[in-house]
Design a protein around this ligand. Structure first.
Ligand SMILES: [Zn+2]
Length: 254
């Protein structure tokens, strides 16, 4: 087979994944054998779950499209409002169930605070994360690009920021979840849903001052943790406002 050249153009924030130290959005690659467009994309360092639309010479294609000739390839990230909407999209947009890798503990906690179902075990190994993702139909959250490139990953996201509040905003935007936030409905420790309870149901486990000052309680249906609107509640409320502000700031950029 004669060698051929493909030119890949990255749109949106996909250049985040390029290994190049110099900002660059167009890359040329010489190929000497038939190559799937997915392999060509991932050889640049861009994990396939991050690519929502692929155009080869202006035509939308799937990941298994085989490159065998010179081609211009355009790659678009997942965005919730974009002119690429008219093309076939390769990613699932909405998903509210996640599995987060061991380095994303704060993000997992923040998402639970907003009411989202996040499986998280700081000791989980990669294959366990992938198993939970497949078995429970969850989207994988990880900053490990290699893991995100694994063939079994259908839906996933690599948070760009290293700051937990910003990461949470990114996930909300990526999966279009701004309207699905239900704060204080899920246990931050174990991820189980919380249930409203009357004081009489939990009174034996409350400190004397808590009994005097607080009237509303929620009980974790998993680990039994009691939540009430104490000082930690107002701290969480502030976090919630910060996260919402990040979501809105990201929204205005797309
Ligand atoms: Zn719990």
């Amino acid at each position: 087979m004669n060698p051929f050249t493909v030119r890949l153009k990255l749109h949106g924030n996909l250049d985040f994944f390029l290994r190049s130290a110099v900002p660059c959005r167009s890359i040329e690659r010489s190929l000497s054998e038939k190559t799937s467009v997915k392999d060509a994309i991932e050889s640049l360092g861009v994990p396939h779950p991050e690519v929502d639309v692929i155009l080869v010479n202006g035509r939308p294609v799937d990941f298994d499209y085989a490159l065998a000739d010179d081609a211009d390839i355009e790659l678009y990230p997942v965005v919730t409002s974009s002119p690429t909407f008219k093309y076939k999209r390769l990613q699932t947009i909405r998903c509210s169930r996640f599995v987060a890798d061991g380095h994303l503990g704060k993000l997992a906690r923040d998402l639970r605070l907003l009411g989202f179902d996040v499986a998280y075990d700081p000791k989980a190994e990669d294959r366990q994360l992938l198993r939970i993702m497949e078995r429970e139909n969850r989207a994988l959250l990880t900053r490990d690009r290699r893991l995100l490139m694994h063939a079994v990953v259908k839906t996933g996201y690599c948070p760009r920021s290293q700051n937990a509040d910003e990461q949470t905003g990114e996930v909300i935007r990526r999966f279009d979840l701004l309207d699905s936030i239900t704060p204080f409905t899920r246990c931050l420790r174990c991820n189980a849903p919380l249930r409203k309870v009357s004081m009489s149901e939990v009174i034996e486990r409350l400190e004397p001052l808590t009994k005097i000052y607080y009237k509303q309680f929620r009980l974790c249906t998993g680990c039994g943790q009691i939540y009430w609107a104490g000082s930690h509640f107002s701290k969480l409320q502030k976090r919630l406002e910060k996260i919402r502000a990040h979501c809105e700031a990201l929204g205005s950029r797309t």
